[in-house]
Write a protein that binds this ligand. Sequence first.
Ligand code: NAP
Length: 268
Amino acid sequence: MALRKYGLIGLPLEHSFSRLYFTEKFSAESINAEYNLYPLEHIDDLIQLVRKEKNLCGLNVTIPYKEAIFPFLDELSPEARAIGAVNTVSIRKNKASYCLTGWNTDAPAFESEIQNFTEKLKGNALILGNGGAAKAAVYILNKLGWNVKQLVRNLEKIKITSSESNSGRENFIAYDQADQKLFQANDLIVNATPVGMSPEITGLPPIPVEYLTEKHLIFDMIYNPETTRLIQSGIDCGAKTRNGYGMLKKQADLAWKIWQMDFSNQVK
Ligand code: NAP
């Protein structure tokens, strides 16, 4: 059996958890596979990568390509289609042709983490950002019965599409319009921006942290550093906090399940 190849596309990729995680897994479980980093200058370079890497069976997708990858995919899972973002791709090759399927494992990973973190509560939630991870969070929180609003830095950039899970412009608020009343009305705050992520660890999402209280639940999708400035602000005022490490591990395990399922179907 030929060596199977997997990898991560995005830019930049210096701080990848996935390579270490999958390399250790392949070694511990004696799986004949390797995991590489494929920094792509442009998403168009994906075509050349798939053609060149003959044994490439799957990819993880990170910033900034979770949405830009859509035109290059042959199939989409229903969840990835509904969310409008893909973080996992499975690749089936047959002689000269190939089929790329897009999946979203951020969503089920977030669902599992948030259910555990909030102890299955529901209420009002504020999501910071509107990128791929934010869209997955909105989709899941809506599904779980939360009322969701999103804080964004540029209201003009928001495109409302029929598939947008948080449909309606009234659900988007500019950061400079976020007042104390808004924070009093929302229990759960989810950071789905990279602000505060290593190496820029001094970054703090542009929210008035003085409005955070012990009744808030603060979930930061960032996993490096473990304690971001946002998490520290939550801790300082007695709020319950969680970082993105558990979600990260879960989305990787779910990606592996998809790749394994695809691989088993091909060798049958
Ligand atoms: P993305 O698609 O590039 O979206 C990033 C979002 O952050 C955009 O809405 C962007 O706003 C906003 N943003 C960027 N810089 C900002 C700033 N200085 N101030 C305010 N907003 C800013 O990225 P993503 O894939 O959604 O990932 C977002 C974060 O979540 C990253 O830190 C990533 O590592 C983390 N994440 C973690 C997990 C996990 O498993 N723990 C999974 C997925 C993502 P604009 O639209 O205005 O540019």
